[in-house]
Design a protein around this ligand. Structure first.
Ligand code: ACO
Length: 376
């Protein structure tokens, strides 16, 4: 007897379509924003090399390049004022709130104060990217019992963020070092948070929802990274004489060396190379930077000996740590600061997705019980 119920007939057929856990290796879209060449260790934004952008650009110019495709090295982007209702919400947060939670809440509240259009515009991207540093700086002060500092429209975004955080204008070298960090953190292909932003946008939702979702994704330790753990690890290593033994013991315990390895890069992460240069040039570099440079060589040698089959090289987090510490940020602000930098990329992807939109709705392989009757 043939089955007359078409649903049962479909469910009975094994689903042999290809499936890649974690979507690894799956092409899930097209982008003209950045190219991550993991084999050769190269990263470009709209074709321009990351090292050149760090050397000759500023974060506002790079953000504008991502949003518009135009290279204007003089492009300016000051931080923006915080709408009253958002400030009320920031003041109401418990002081123990994690900075990532505060930032995600602030972006969501900012969206509630705006009339955000479909499709989103470059102006919306600019407005949100310039609002968030003010929000994070305000929260960082409020939790210490300090009053927020108003934006200074004469300062560019990164300088303005440091000013609103500390209440005094940063030295040029300090602002320049953090600006370099913002440039290397601005964009990186279809990472998990960017993909989240694109999925949200594909439903024709608004730019604030997309960025709030992206912050939630970046909050996870597998994505937001932990340059603060690099700092902890170096403190435990203590001295270069002790490095070989400590690193080997850590690996024998099954631990991972922080700041090494990457899902995509098989070569030295070009962002790490750019940030090492910045860290070495900083006036107020942490005193453990010299140790970090020595320990890196030992770690790379040990990882190569232990994993001849898989190239494990230095990643961006290793040298992000000294830069972020050197500009005076506390480690608990590192992930939220990374999110501020990634605003340019997230919002550029929102614009790119909305310009040629198709709802992102993949399929899933069903592995549950076959169709059956409810127990009587
Ligand atoms: N230290 C020691 N061994 C490592 C490391 C490391 N840092 N990274 C990978 N390996 C080893 C793994 O143990 C594994 O070996 P095994 O097959 O013998 O078990 C092998 O290399 C492959 O590891 P995977 O986890 O499959 O590699 P994946 O590409 O998924 O991992 C990741 C990438 C998560 C970054 C990993 O390299 C890691 O945990 N690094 C340390 C944490 C870190 O630095 N994170 C920041 C990443 S950059 C960023 O987020 C912006």
């Amino acid at each position: 007897m043939t089955d007359s119920n078409p649903q049962t007939a479909v469910a009975a057929k094994p689903d042999e379509r290809p499936y890649s856990p974690g979507l690894e290796g799956v092409i899930a879209g097209e982008t003209a924003l950045s190219k991550v060449d993991g084999e050769r260790g190269r990263l470009t934004y709209r074709g321009y090399r990351i090292g050149d952008l760090v050397e000759h650009g500023t974060y506002p110019a790079v953000a504008n390049l991502l949003w518009t495709g135009e290279w204007d090295p003089n492009h300016r982007l000051p931080t923006a004022a915080i709408p009253g209702p958002v400030m009320t919400i920031l003041r109401a947060l418990p002081t123990a709130t994690k900075p990532m939670d505060a930032l995600r809440t602030a972006v969501s509240a900012w969206g509630a104060t705006q009339d955000l259009p479909w499709p989103p515009t470059a102006e919306n991207a600019r407005a949100l990217t310039s609002f968030s540093p003010s929000a994070l700086a305000a929260f960082a002060r409020l939790r210490q019992g300090l009053e927020p500092v108003e934006p200074d429209p004469t300062l560019d975004l990164v300088e303005g963020f440091l000013y609103q955080l500390k209440g005094e204008k940063p030295e040029t070298g300090t602002a320049r070092a953090l600006d370099a960090y913002f440039i290397v953190g601005a964009e990186h292909g279809f990472n998990a948070s960017t993909f989240t932003a694109r999925v949200i946008t594909s439903t024709r939702s608004d730019i604030a929802s997309a960025v709030a979702g992206a912050i939630g994704t970046m909050k996870g330790p597998l994505h937001g990274g932990a340059p603060s753990e690099v700092v902890d690890q170096l403190a435990k290593v203590g001295s270069v004489e002790h490095a070989e033994q400590w690193l080997n013991e850590a690996l024998d315990r099954g631990e991972r060396l922080m700041g090494f390895g990457h899902r995509v890069y098989r070569a030295y992460d070009p962002r790490a190379a750019a940030l090492r240069k910045v860290a070495e040039g900083m006036e107020h570099k942490p005193d453990w930077l010299a140790l970090a440079i020595q320990v890196e060589d030992v770690a790379l040698r040990i990882l190569a000996e232990r994993h001849p089959e898989r190239a494990l090289k230095t990643n961006v987090e290793y040298y992000a740590a000294p830069v972020l510490m050197g500009v005076g940020l506390t480690p608990d602000l590192f992930p939220a600061t990374f999110s501020l930098a990634r605003h340019a990329g997230w919002t550029a992807h929102v614009l790119e997705q909305s310009a040629d939109n198709r709802l992102i709705r993949p399929d899933v392989r069903y592995v549950g019980p076959p169709e059956r009757d409810l127990p009587s």
